[in-house]
Design a protein around this ligand. Structure first.
Ligand code: ADP
Ligand code: MG
Length: 260
């Protein structure tokens, strides 16, 4: 069974704004294996965004440990972390916007240019990625000239173009109509299955939860359900540890993906 690609150990994070303190993460433990597609669900304000920001190194943790591919991002120097993120991670965040003054293909090139890919290769791969998300004919349009769904697909192309190990998505379908949301979701699922990328998707949408390998549930800064059932840990082999007559606790569990 694959080693966990993401490991969180007793992570705490408190935001201080003036006199006000919010203890946003209260000792979070979590393990996610390479190739898993995991949904993180829970009420608004429970710490979902904080968790993926902390795990992906966009935000600092106060204590505990966050390991990605065995490495503690919060201990890296800023520049090393930025390059690591561009090479190994993709982000589909509503707040992680496209740059408005450059074209779709230039937006998609960005993470490759940051990680040192030659401009000519970056352009070719960016055009390929836009083709994969069905936007070949929109490559030279600016974000303002695209619909919400098309912009979100550009974001996904940008997140996936560098063949990252992990894709973080925060409410990736939140601003989309239901048809476009379905398309975007199908695309992410296809890429997870075909390319074996690990997806961590924060969502309110139960439909997304059903499509994922498992659903991690949070409440008040804690994980209240790891989605692994209550008999075993994610580090073990969940099939092997399941009692023989247990119903599968993992809805719509997909066959294992092949990691190229
Ligand atoms: P969710 O994504 O589950 O809706 P968040 O992780 O965004 O929740 O927020 C968790 C808690 O931390 C909330 O109470 C929120 O108000 C607070 N919080 C989030 N970001 C900040 C910030 N930058 N400064 C202060 N408080 C914050
Ligand atoms: Mg959020």
């Amino acid at each position: 069974m694959a080693e966990p690609i993401i490991v969180a150990k007793r992570i705490h994070k408190t935001y201080r704004t003036g006199e006000v303190e919010v203890h946003a993460l209260r000792g979070v433990d979590l393990e996610i294996r390479a190739g898993e597609m995991v949904a993180i669900m829970g009420p608004s304000g429970c710490g979902k965004t904080t968790l993926i920001n902390c795990l992906s190194g966009l935000d600092q943790i106060d204590s505990g440990e966050a390991l990605i591919e065995g490495t503690a991002l919060h201990k890296m120097k800023d520049k090393v972390r930025t390059t690591y993120r561009a090479q190994r991670m993709g982000f589909v965040f509503q707040t992680y916007n496209l740059l408005p003054v450059i074209s779709a293909v230039e937006n998609v090139e960005m993470p490759m240019l940051v990680s040192g890919v030659r401009p000519k290769d970056a352009r070719r791969r960016a055009l390929d990625a836009l083709g994969q998300v069905g936007l070949a004919d929109r490559a030279h349009h600016r974000p303002a000239e695209l619909s919400g769904g098309q912009r979100q697909r550009v974001t996904i192309a940008r997140a996936l173009v560098n063949n990252p190990a992990i894709v973080w998505a925060d409410e990736p379908t939140g601003n989309l109509d239901s048809q476009t949301a379905d398309d975007v979701l199908a695309l992410m699922q296809r890429l997870n299955r075909e390319q074996g990328q690990t997806f961590v998707i924060v969502t309110h949408d139960a439909k997304i939860g059903e499509l994922c390998d498992r659903v991690v549930r949070m409440r008040d800064g804690e994980i209240v359900d790891s989605g692994n059932g209550d008999w075993g840990l994610v580090t073990g082999d969940r099939e092997a540890e399941a009692p023989p007559d247990a119903e599968s606790p993992i809805p719509n569990h997909q066959s294992p993906v092949t990691i190229p």
